[in-house]
Design a protein around this ligand. Structure first.
Ligand SMILES: Nc1ncnc2c1ncn2[C@@H]1O[C@H](COP(=O)(O)OP(=O)(O)O)[C@@H](O)[C@H]1O
Ligand SMILES: [Mg+2]
Length: 243
């Protein structure tokens, strides 16, 4: 079943065409990898899907409903959550309080504070932060701040989770943990779009991969197909090899 339908989406900033007539579908239960060199338009596409930017052209349908241009909080309540490339926790709140904010708002908010606290503690345990829940978010290490960002997004009970470069700067052991976490999220029934530069990760977790280059979609297929695509290899020349 189609969960997300992106049709002909474009967005320009002044003279820069950041996203250029991009279309794709995401099926229920799928993990979609979104890759492309820096400046390809990946984060802009996330910002359009989550209502931060209005597209200049095109439509976005989620669960068959047109959500193009509606307010970010309404998109979150409809079941789409995201993380930010630059993580943005409430620095002075504890981890538990940060996640409780997500349980209080979002699509299916907790009925009361007690329930929000209990469910938030469960989400922190899932993301490997259970024993740090009373710490203040501003004091966390990079890897834990990224986990908290995912925990806060999960707290809104999404059907679709958009992850924007969650793995930049992680060491190999932390990368393996992050891959396991993404798989656990998928196994819980949440669909994902994952923007990532670490090709081992993208190729390992994605059912399908889409490649953007200066705003345009240049490839859409299985990880195997995309890694062998001539245009994709050319787009990455001078960058890291694909596998
Ligand atoms: N808020 C903005 N204002 C002006 N230009 C922007 C803005 N956001 C992104 N851009 C430009 O749009 C292009 C795509 O950026 P971005 O979506 O961040 O790429 P990616 O996430 O793939 O690295 C870049 O040229 C970038 O400079
Ligand atoms: Mg980006």
């Amino acid at each position: 079943m189609k969960l997300l339908e992106i049709r002909n989406i474009s967005k320009a900033f002044g003279g820069v065409l950041a996203v250029n007539r991009v279309s794709f579908n995401l099926n229920q239960g799928e993990v979609l990898g979104l890759i492309g060199p820096n400046g390809a338009g990946k984060s802009t596409l996330f910002n359009i899907i989550t209502g931060i930017f209005k597209p200049d052209t095109g439509t976005i349908r989620f669960n068959k409903r047109d959500i193009t241009g509606i307010a970010p909080y309404k998109i979150c309540q409809s079941g789409i959550a995201r993380t930010f490339q630059l993580v943005k926790p409430f620095s002075r709140l504890t981890l538990l309080e940060n996640v409780m904010v997500g349980r209080a708002y979002g699509g299916q908010p907790a009925r009361n504070i007690r329930q929000a606290r209990m469910e938030s503690a469960q989400i922190l345990a899932l993301t490997g932060l259970g024993n740090k829940r009373v710490r203040v978010a501003g004091m966390l290490s990079l890897v834990d701040r990224k986990r908290l960002e995912i925990a806060r997004a999960l707290a809104t009970r999404p059907q679709l989770l958009l992850l924007d470069e969650m793995m930049a700067g992680l060491n190999p052991a932390e990368l393996d943990d992050a891959i396991q976490l993404i798989k656990a999220i998928r196994d819980s029934g949440i669909s994902l779009i994952v923007v990532e530069h670490v090709m081992k990760v993208i190729m390992g977790i994605s059912d399908r991969v889409i490649v953007l280059k200066v705003g345009e979609k240049i490839a859409d297929g299985t990880p195997h197909e995309v890694a062998r695509d001539r245009q994709v290899i050319e787009a990455y020349l001078g960058e890291k090899p694909l596998c």
